[in-house]
Design a protein. Structure first.
Length: 132
């Protein structure tokens, strides 16, 4: 499954596993190094968001998951991982769709950073107005 959030992209590969193979590895900027979710996401909220589809469908200990993340920041990447895992779970077992859809995990969050316009200090912020 592929998930996107802001400018982050996450590609997820899942395969059924048991025993010591179960877990999630995240590959970031350096493809040679892989980290666990606890090592990759420093914030608890990012860890929780990334693994939310697994806990919502109670399929936490059933898969070996490899995630490739690129772009954006940690919060965007966590959202991208959440969408990618939800889509992968849906491909694996279509009966979990109502649970995932009810919690809004299959919807791509379309909010992006607004572009900066010329003649302005930012996207909406104007330069200071001077009457004289």
């Amino acid at each position: 499954g592929v998930g996107r959030r802001k400018s982050a992209v996450a590609r997820v590969r899942m395969k059924p596993a048991s025993g010591s193979e179960v877990g999630m590895k995240i590959i970031g900027r350096d493809p040679k190094k892989s980290k666990t979710v606890e090592q990759y996401f420093a914030e608890e909220r990012d860890r929780r968001e990334a693994t939310l589809p697994l806990s919502a469908t109670s399929m936490g200990g059933k898969f070996q998951i490899v995630v490739k993340c690129s772009g954006g920041g940690f919060m965007g990447q966590a959202g991208a991982v959440k969408l990618a895992i939800a889509r992968a779970l849906l491909d694996y077992d279509p009966s979990v769709e109502p649970v995932l859809r009810e919690q809004g995990m299959l919807t791509r969050d379309a909010r992006e950073v607004e572009r900066k316009k010329y003649g302005q200090a930012g996207a909406r912020r104007r330069f200071q107005f001077s009457k004289r």
